[in-house]
Design a protein around this ligand. Structure first.
Ligand code: DX5
Ligand code: ZN
Length: 220
């Protein structure tokens, strides 16, 4: 399938964690709200987990896009789907059986997302794509917000885009890391249709306006 409608997903990693409901409201008009779950094992950082996602779900109408940077997603991922996340992405690096987790996520009512970190090639996963609804390509090394975009990683976006188009798959292609007004057009040109932005949205005076600007830049 050709590219889907452009989505911008502000990452609350760059928001004020004591005021998450207000921060979600400040990004009104966003397509998804990106929630970075980090467990201090897969990545050195530690953020939030299921209780916070449940509370956030009750506090905003923006669909939640949960990005699990955690070990043992086979044990934990489905809980985020049951909590009402629209999409749950887990890292390819953290499991030997990504297809089984994808099946569980779909059965629990969310989209199933495969996240690929900076140092992981995409080729081993091309034959599995039809089991997923979203693919998230990291354009930094997962773990922290505010890092610089790595343009070389767009080669992976191009590869996934070609595979989606060749097999006419219905998959959102998401990029995450260093997306801002200087980098989003290159990511869109490479084939992404869904754009996570943390510091570019929550570092702006008007987050909702930042989302509109990013969406306009990414939309052909
Ligand atoms: C980092 C997270 C990102 C992060 C992006 O591991 O997955 O979602 O919040 O932040 P920026 O947009 O500031 O790079
Ligand atoms: Zn993320």
């Amino acid at each position: 399938m050709a590219k889907q409608q452009t989505y911008v997903a502000p990452s609350i990693l760059s928001a004020d964690f004591a005021r998450l409901a207000d921060e979600a409201a400040a990004a009104h008009g966003s397509d998804w709200l990106h929630v970075d779950v980090m467990d201090n094992h897969y990545v050195p950082n530690l953020t939030l987990g299921l209780p916070v996602v449940k509370s956030l779900k009750a506090a905003t109408d923006i669909p939640l896009d949960c990005h699990l940077m955690i070990e043992n997603p086979d044990r934990w991922a489905v809980g985020y789907a049951e909590a009402g996340a629209v999409n749950v992405s887990f890292h390819a690096e953290t499991t030997d059986n990504p297809v089984a987790i994808a099946k569980d996520l779909r059965a629990a009512g969310s989209l199933a997302g495969l996240a690929i970190d900076r140092d992981t090639p995409v080729e081993p996963y091309l034959s599995l794509l039809r089991n997923f609804d979203t693919v998230l390509i990291m354009t930094i090394k997962a773990g922290f917000g505010g890092q610089a975009f790595i343009p070389e990683l767009l080669a992976k976006v191009r590869t996934i885009r070609r595979a989606i188009d060749a097999d006419d798959l219905s998959i959102r292609l998401e990029v995450d890391g260093g997306i801002n007004t200087d980098t989003i057009e290159a990511a869109a040109e490479a084939g992404a249709d869904t754009f996570v932005a943390g510091s570019a949205v929550y570092g702006a005076d008007d987050p909702a306006e930042a989302v509109r600007r990013l969406r306009a830049l990414a939309t052909p």
